[in-house]
Design a protein around this ligand. Structure first.
Ligand SMILES: [Cu+2]
Length: 255
């Protein structure tokens, strides 16, 4: 093989393989803050292939938290982190009052050359603090959003997670929802490529369900084509809009 051919082959391999699913990620140290435990925790923020545990560089996103009332912009708390040579982000947050805290990450649009489109994943997670349990079922008003229909901080491994996908506030029927495990230590191996990203679809009311086979953090990414276009080198490009939620499934203790 000529050197030029080899170099172009290597360049091709370096692109994201289209079969890999991209996920916006926001994963806290813990999804429940207790009276006796630490009140501060870290949020791990990435643009990633969670099951394969590798990913893309992420430009600085916007990080907001909604406790009681309006969302508060806490982007100033973002610190850059290098994970596997990729640009990621970390934030520390300390709760001061009981409540349900929803963290949302709004990234800058990411251009994916192998798919010739932008990807924009509006990503969130839910933390229950100091006994606060009200409001986890409220939409935040993201353009594309998964609203939990089960209490998202009280799930065991094996339980079913049910969510409703809202696009501009209306149920999104027949949409694909990609599901991946955050394989942070690489201990889980997919038995085949098809298993890396599982897919469920929403019904006519925008509702989907998924039973997690083992404990840990699982990401659900509802996908649709955005009506907006973004420019790349002067040309209009499509935008894949994702509404992503990260949910923890607790290990089941033996008896
Ligand atoms: Cu990628």
């Amino acid at each position: 093989m000529s050197r030029v051919a080899l170099l172009s082959l290597l360049a091709l391999l370096a692109l994201c393989v289209p079969a890999q699913a991209h996920f916006g990620m926001v994963v806290p140290d813990r999804n429940i803050v207790t009276k006796d435990g630490p009140k501060a925790f870290n949020l791990d923020i990435r643009f990633w292939h969670p099951m394969e545990n590798q990913g893309m560089d992420m430009a600085k996103p916007k990080l907001e938290v909604t406790g009681k009332g309006k969302p508060e912009d806490v982007s100033a708390s973002l610190k850059p982190a290098a994970i596997d040579g990729k640009q990621a982000w970390m934030a520390n947050y300390a709760v001061k009052a009981p409540g349900v805290y929803m963290f949302t990450v709004t990234p800058q649009p990411y251009f994916e050359p192998s798919e010739d489109k932008f990807i924009l994943h509006l990503t969130k997670t839910v933390v229950s603090a100091l006994g606060g349990e009200d409001g986890w079922d409220k939409p935040l008003g993201q353009k594309l959003e998964i609203v939990p229909m089960v209490k998202p901080f009280a799930l065991y491994a094996g339980n079913v997670f049910t969510g409703k996908v809202l696009h501009k506030g209306k149920p999104l029927a027949n949409a694909e929802v990609e599901v991946e495990f955050f394989n942070a230590d690489g201990a889980r191996k997919a038995p085949g490529e098809a298993y890396v990203t599982q897919v469920v679809k929403t019904d006519g009311a925008g509702v989907f369900s998924y039973a997690a086979p083992w404990a840990g953090w699982w990401g659900f990414a509802a996908l649709t084509d955005d009506d907006a276009r973004l420019k790349k080198d002067g040309k209009d490009k499509k935008v894949e809009l994702g509404g992503v939620i990260w949910v923890y499934f607790h290990p089941v203790a033996g008896k």
